[in-house]
Design a protein around this ligand. Sequence first.
Ligand SMILES: Nc1nc2c(ncn2[C@@H]2O[C@H](COP(=O)(O)OP(=O)(O)OP(=O)(O)O)[C@@H](O)[C@H]2O)c(=O)[nH]1
Ligand SMILES: [Zn+2]
Length: 227
Amino acid sequence: MSYQFITTAKLPTRHGEFDIHIFENDDGQEHVMLTVGLPVVNQTDVVNQADTALNQQGAAPAEPLIPLIRIHSECLTGDAFSSLKCDCGPQLNTAMQAIQETGCGAILYLRQEGRGIGLTNKIRAYALQDQGHDTLDANLMLGLPADARVYDMCGPMLAHVGVDSVRLITNNPDKVAYLTQHGIDVVERVPLLVGVNDMNAEYLATKRDRMGHLLDKDFNTALHLNK
Ligand SMILES: Nc1nc2c(ncn2[C@@H]2O[C@H](COP(=O)(O)OP(=O)(O)OP(=O)(O)O)[C@@H](O)[C@H]2O)c(=O)[nH]1
Ligand SMILES: [Zn+2]
C-alpha cells in the first residue's frame, strides 16, 4: 500500500493550534496528522526538526528535542461521543494537550475504527460485550482478528515532517515494535493512563491481561502521562 500527502491547513483547537495534514492510500482511505513545531521537509532533508522548532521561538536548544508522537486509531464512539466504554477520548485529548505543551510533536490519527474491523463490526462486538463477553472474545466470536490494524502509513506520515526518532505515547507494545522494526527510533515510550472509569476498567484489564498492554496492575497508580 502506498500513501500520498494530499493537503494541509491550520487547525485551531481548544488545546492550541495544529497543522492538519491529510494523507490518502491507494484505496482512497484518508489518514490525518496533526503537528506542532514540525515543518514539512523533503524526505531527503536532514533538518533537525526540533532545532528548527525552537529556533523559530528564538531559543537555542541545549540538546535535540525528540518529538512527542501519539499514534491514535479512530474510535468514533470514544473520540466524538464521549463513550465511557473505552479510554480513547481522554487519551486523544491528553495527548493533544501534552504535544502542545512540548511544542514539538504529532498526532497520527489512523482511520482504523474498532482496531481495524470497522464501525459496524465494533458495534456488533459491543452487542456481544453487552451479553458479558470481553473485548477480545467478542471480536473472535465474530470470526474477526482481535486486532486487525496495520501501521505502515506511519513511516511515510512521519517522513513528511522529517521525523525518524520519537517519544511515543502508548501502552501498546505492538506500536513500539512496528516503528522500531521499520527504522523509527523509539527513544522513549511515554505511558498514558487517563479516563479510567467503572465502565471501562474491565476493558482495560482485558487489554492488559490478554493483549499485552503495558498497564500497571493497579490502574490508580504509576502510569499517568509523564510529559
Ligand atoms: N473491536 C473493538 N475495538 C475497540 C473496542 N474498544 C475500542 N476499540 C478500538 O480500539 C482502538 C484503540 O486505539 P488506540 O487507542 O490507538 O490504541 P491502543 O491499542 O488502545 O493503544 P494505546 O496506544 O495504548 O492507546 C480504536 O480503533 C477503537 O475504536 C472494542 O471493544 N472492540
Ligand atoms: Zn475507544
